[in-house]
Ligand binder design. Structure first.
Ligand SMILES: Nc1ncnc2c1ncn2[C@@H]1O[C@H](COP(=O)(O)OP(=O)(O)OP(=O)(O)O)[C@@H](O)[C@H]1O
Ligand SMILES: [Mg+2]
Length: 323
């Protein structure tokens, strides 16, 4: 597998950029998205982190929840997901609360299902909305060749990627509940045959949703379409977190190809403090190379002496991405 970043940006459909908090995910996602867009791919960069900073990185106001053309880059669009707006959108589109119409009673035959259904943790709304965007992109005839997901720190992102399994389990329960309910409805129908029982079926919708999720799972696992790029810094703590993230990604079978080691101190002669930090980083870097070199494409990025913000700086950064 081991595809380098350049060929991924030219060929993948979905790229996720993830890692520990503050390591440079948003910055590297922006630089990568600019490169892809300038190489002819219509690209959308989406921030799934509820604490957005994509607009700051691109140095441009991004009205939340709106896909916005990025200034200076013809083929690039950016979107910060606003969980609140999206939730309202989804609720009005669904226009139904499937639990409202269920005749819950102590002795009904499907009580045990309701129990097991309720015990399954519903996803956090941020993650659900972010996943909704993943589904939307996979399911609908998309305008974009590539979608780059600037993800939230590790824990949140792993929850996001666990959603296909969680949701299909959840919807599976709803469907089986519907089948049992169907029998109860049938019984009622017979008992009160003169009463018209309206056979509306919101569960058809759930069946469809389940199919979309199964499709999405396949796409997320397909290395020709999807890749996860892990960003880390050269510190022991970051190594542990990277291991945790990689284990999670392996569990969900998400292809990982590249690991970016960011913010490496440059060699310096005149600063003792910098030299000592560099020594610490080099020691960890040796270990990182030893552990990951064989399975992943490693990219090393220096620490800049200024903040990386806006088009010019991001372009400067992207040169290092492909060295
Ligand atoms: N190689 C680098 N050299 C100098 N500054 C950098 C470098 N990479 C990132 N930064 C700076 O570090 C800060 C954090 O970067 P960024 O916002 O991309 O991290 P993040 O991983 O997305 O953070 P969060 O977890 O909060 O979303 C920013 O101010 C960015 O400009
Ligand atoms: Mg970020």
């Amino acid at each position: 597998m081991n595809k380098d970043l350049k060929s991924l940006l030219k060929s993948a459909k979905l790229l996720f950029i993830g890692g520990k908090g503050g390591v440079g995910k948003t910055t590297l996602a922006s630089a990568s998205a600019i490169w892809a867009a300038e190489h002819g791919r219509k690209t959308l960069i989406i921030s799934t982190d509820p604490a957005h900073s994509l607009g700051d990185s691109l140095d441009q106001k991004l009205p939340q929840g709106e896909t916005t053309q990025v200034e200076n880059v013809i083929n690039l669009f950016a979107l910060e997901i606003n969980p609140k707006i999206n939730l309202e959108e989804y609720q009005s589109a669904m226009n139904v609360n499937p639990l409202d119409s269920m005749p819950f009673g102590d002795s009904l035959p499907f009580m045990e299902d309701i129990g097991s259904f309720a015990s399954m943790n519903p996803p956090g709304i941020d993650e659900a909305m972010a996943f909704g965007k993943v589904l939307e992109f996979i399911e609908t005839e998309s305008d974009f060749d590539l979608v780059v997901f600037d993800t939230a720190p590790t824990g949140h992102t792993l929850r996001l990627l666990s959603l296909p399994d969680l949701l299909s389990g959840w919807i599976g329960k709803l469907i089986s509940l519907r089948l049992k309910l169907g029998k109860v409805f049938g019984m009622f129908k017979k008992m009160f045959s003169k009463t018209e029982v309206k056979e509306e079926d919101p569960f058809e919708m759930f069946k469809k949703l389940k199919n979309s999720i199964v499709n999405a799972k396949d796409e997320l696992k397909d290395p020709s379409k999807t890749s996860f790029i892990v960003v880390m810094i050269s510190e022991a703590m970051a190594l542990y977190e990277t291991e945790r993230l990689l284990r999670g990604l392996y569990q969900y079978e998400i292809p990982v190809s590249n690991i970016i080691i960011n913010q490496l101190f440059p060699e310096s002669v005149d600063c003792k403090f910098c030299q000592s930090r560099r020594n610490m980083q080099m020691k960890n870097l040796k270990e990182i190379r030893y552990i990951y070199e064989e399975d992943f494409n490693l990219i090393e990025i220096p620490l800049f002496d200024n903040e990386i913000k806006g088009y010019e700086q991001l372009k400067k950064l992207s040169k290092y991405l492909f060295q």
